[in-house]
Design a protein. Structure first.
Length: 564
């Protein structure tokens, strides 16, 4: 029943940088969540299984057809939704047959797939893409629509193996719910790389890729975290016991050295008194030296063994370093107005609505089930938004509604026609692309550029709290891993002078591993200013202590929706 087998798999990039070495793993029926820190090789492993990359050594064997959804989908500007779904040739042949052509090539192209258009429409509708026409150009699709259309293409193929790499990135809440339903209903072998906690709550097992090897844990993310917590507790107890043993062996060594020093002193005194014949005194001295040497060796060996046990125990404890910062300069008094937006009901800045979709050639075979509305029926669009004190506001809404556009306008990067922005605090903006660092500078230099009045020692002390200790702070920004780069960007943003008292976050958890998401939440615990976060990641928003929930969409504008 095993569908994917990787045996002694190794892969390195052309520059020689190793990614995987001697990895052996198998995936069977059911849903597997593949997790690990950024840079551990998760996406590379999926590409190797999908056949997009060739291993440097080892074997990848798959049983059945493989469907693969990558993180980045490259689209030609002249392609259509039908092309992305992979059904254009079958549709053309079907239309030719309906027009009276009876060539064998057309029938061969259609095969048994006479209902290809109905099935395509059914999957598009099921994934919330009822407005798309099969002949619409893909260049007009949003990022979320592109992902869902590519996913519909996979479901249409009905592959035996489904590989999904961060499928919920850029998806709004409604789209995520539809994806969750589709993944739950899918049968076969599914391997999902994701940091989405809700999606990982739907899997049958967790595969943890760490230090080049994979460990399997039965159950979903909650089960995995429970097992991990028990392992961590046991490992920490082993560390405590080993550390106590090291201290005991060190004390024993010191005690033995003190006792030996006393015996040596007494021996010297007896030899000096002349009470023993020289030959006896010499024999006793030599015997004492041999005994002392064996004692020192024995205690040194015991101490080294205890240290080795401690080192092994410490390695068994997972690296779960936490960001703990206190940022008093970011504090905002409760009644102070930090942001006022006016003209929000103006239609000038809203993204243009999609042109009406071309009607499908055939009716949908299976209409999509309606989702509950995200906003209360009585909610009305806000003409003005006022943010006071250390409010923490979530900005939700469908893809393409203008959330990023609004945040960029507040940050002063792109004015919006008809919308007034009045700031009462210093703004810090964290964009989706994390492009705030100068790759040719060190981490220290990047933070000093944001905080020029701070001394090098002050910057280093602050960076240590962001887990850049010692030589790590001197690394060039261009050499950082994904998780390290995120922490460096976060440090440069939060340690800036003057301190940001209004923090704008644009999908901050996209492409972050779960450790980085947790560290972001920890850093925000020490932040005392106002936050406006555009995100579809509900677990993150709740962990960030959101106090007010807003929704932005094309039709209703900006509305208060209450807690989700």
């Amino acid at each position: 029943m095993t569908a994917i087998v990787c045996s002694d798999l190794s892969f390195s990039w052309p520059d020689g940088a190793p990614v995987l070495s001697g990895l052996t793993v198998s995936f069977g029926p059911g849903r597997t969540g593949l997790i690990g820190v950024n840079g551990s090789g998760k996406s590379t492993l999926l590409r190797l299984i999908a056949g997009e990359l060739r291993p440097g050594a080892g074997i990848v064997r798959t049983e059945g057809d493989v469907g693969y959804l990558p993180q980045a989908i490259t689209l030609g500007t002249h392609r259509t939704v039908s092309d992305l779904l992979g059904i254009t040739a079958a549709r053309d042949a079907l239309h030719a047959i309906e027009a009276g052509q009876t060539g064998e090539d057309a029938f061969a192209e259609v095969g048994d797939d006479w209902d290809v258009e109905e099935r395509a429409r059914a999957w598009l509708d099921r994934l919330g893409l009822a407005s798309l026409g099969l002949d619409d150009r893909v260049e007009h699709l949003s990022g979320g629509e592109t992902i869902l259309t590519a996913l519909a293409a996979l479901f249409l193929r009905r592959p035996d193996i489904l590989l999904l790499d961060e499928p919920t990135n850029n998806l709004d809440l409604d789209a995520r719910r539809r994806l969750y339903d589709a993944v739950t209903a899918w049968t076969g072998v599914t391997v999902i790389v994701s940091h989405d906690r809700e999606l990982l709550g739907l899997v049958d097992q967790i595969a943890d890729l760490s230090a080049g090897s994979i460990r399997m844990y039965g159950g979903d993310l909650a089960d995995y975290e429970g097992l991990l917590a028990a392992e961590l507790a046991a490992a920490e107890r082993a560390v405590s016991a080993a550390a106590a043993d090291v201290r005991r062996q060190r004390r024993d060594l010191i005690d033995a050295q003190v006792k030996q020093a006393r015996r040596d002193r007494m021996g010297r005194q007896m030899a000096a008194s002349g009470s023993l014949p020289p030959i006896v005194a010499h024999a006793r001295k030599r015997s004492a030296q041999e005994t002392a040497g064996r004692s020192r060796e024995l205690h040194a060996e015991r101490l080294q063994a205890a240290r080795d046990r401690l080192s092994g125990a410490e390695q068994a404890v997972r690296d779960d370093a936490e960001i703990r910062v206190d940022l008093p300069a970011t504090a905002v008094p409760a009644g102070r107005t930090v942001l006022t937006l006016t003209g929000l009901t103006s239609a000038h800045w809203h993204p243009a609505a999609r042109p009406a979709a071309r009607p499908a050639a055939r009716p949908a075979a299976r209409p999509a089930a309606p989702l509950p509305a995200s906003a209360p029926p009585t909610a009305s669009a806000l003409a003005e938004l006022v943010v006071r004190g250390p409010e923490r506001i979530a900005l939700t809404g469908p893809n393409g509604a203008g959330k990023t556009t609004l945040l960029r306008a507040i940050a002063g990067l792109a004015p919006l026609p008809g919308v007034g922005v009045r700031l009462g605090a210093v703004v810090g903006y964290l964009p989706q692309r994390l492009d705030l660092l100068d790759d040719s500078q060190t981490v220290v230099d990047n933070v000093r550029a944001a905080a020029p009045a701070a001394s090098v020692n002050e910057v280093r002390a602050s960076l240590a709290r962001f887990l850049f200790r010692g030589e790590r702070a001197d690394r060039m920004a261009g050499t950082l891993s994904g998780g390290e780069r995120f922490r460096a960007v976060l440090a440069a943003l939060l340690l800036a002078q003057p301190a940001p008292q209004l923090l704008l976050l644009d999908e901050p958890t996209n492409n972050l591993d779960m450790a980085s998401v947790r560290q972001l939440s920890q850093a925000l615990e020490g932040y005392r200013g106002a936050i406006l976060a555009a995100s579809h990641d509900l677990p993150f928003l709740r962990s960030a202590g959101i106090t007010r929930w807003l929704r932005l969409d094309r039709d209703d504008g900006l509305t208060d929706i209450g807690p989700l």
